[in-house]
Design a protein around this ligand. Structure first.
Ligand code: PAF
Length: 281
């Protein structure tokens, strides 16, 4: 496994690889890798000749400086995992290199996709995501890029970016991975204490209950409202949103089509902001 810390060296190496007509699969991450990332890497491994993994905690996508400063870092374990899963090239750049100076992100407007839910709650978040992913795509020029459905709205934003600016690039959707207790895997979960983790489990339980209700055609709006109220009444959990949306447009879907939508949820538990989602069909 080769590790590059500058875009110049990485580009030189990748141009040698591309001369040999190798198909590059790219997995962008912010490090602190878990089995969700492992799934992305494994999918990339089977679907490409050369697997490139980036590890970079992107400052422009954080709306909360405390979250940025406390974002977990586990570079040595990340490199060990990457090696064990057959990653060929790791790119771990510095901010000066990636942003060519001061980090900044242009504002992006893809309608509800960037403006609703995560876009509304985390101002500037998708500007930062688009800025870094665009930059990484320009440097690495992959044929395929692998993203997890845990960040469902991010995935839809990246697909919209590709449609506009990287038409040849295939975005591969990879499933959300849960821990044994049902909590959606996230690098930030390590910041939950035992009590908070128990509270956090209510997110996926709520999604499961909602799915069961949608499939039994129980009166939908009543179920959704009841679920919101139940979460609101929990000690130690602050619900941000719970809604059923179309996974491509992120517009809310009418009750008659709930079984074609995804329920999306975001809540603050302790110092950790959690998101989760589940297909309702
Ligand atoms: O999903 C993530 O880890 C990040 O948002 C990404 C896509 C690596 C961009 O920084």
């Amino acid at each position: 496994m080769e590790i590059f810390y500058t875009s110049k060296e990485l580009k030189e190496r990748l141009s040698e690889i591309k001369v040999r007509n190798k198909m590059v699969g790219f997995v962008p991450t912010m490090g602190s890798l878990h089995s969700g990332h492992g799934t992305l890497i494994s999918r990339a491994r089977t679907g490409s000749d050369v697997v490139v993994l980036s590890i970079y905690v992107n400052p422009t996508q954080f709306d909360n400086q405390h979250d940025f400063k406390t974002y977990p870092n586990a570079i040595q374990a990340d490199l060990d995992l990457a090696r064990s899963l057959g990653v060929d090239v790791v790119f771990a750049p510095k901010t000066e290199d990636i942003y060519e100076g001061v980090p900044n992100a242009d504002s992006v407007d893809y309608g509800d996709l960037t403006g609703a839910f995560e876009g509304a709650k985390r101002k500037g978040h998708f500007d930062g995501v688009v800025a870094i992913v665009r930059r990484l795509f320009q440097i690495i020029k992959p044929e395929k890029a692998f993203f997890g459905e845990k960040d469902l709205q991010q995935l839809a934003v990246i697909e919209a970016l590709c449609k506009r600016e990287f038409a040849q690039l295939e975005i591969v959707r990879c499933p959300l991975i849960r821990d044994i207790d049902g909590l959606a895997l996230s690098s930030r979960n390590v910041r939950l204490n035992q009590k908070e983790r128990l509270v956090a489990l209510e997110l996926h339980r709520t999604l499961n209950r909602l799915k069961a209700a949608v499939n039994r055609s129980i009166e939908g709006s009543v179920t959704l409202e009841a679920a919101r109220r139940a979460l609101d009444s929990l000690d130690g959990l602050e619900l941000e949103y719970l809604a059923i949306i179309d996974a491509k447009s992120f517009e809310e879907v009418g009750e008659e089509k709930w079984n074609e939508g995804h329920a999306v949820i975001a809540a603050q538990v302790g110092s950790v902001r959690l998101i989760d989602n589940l297909f309702m069909g």
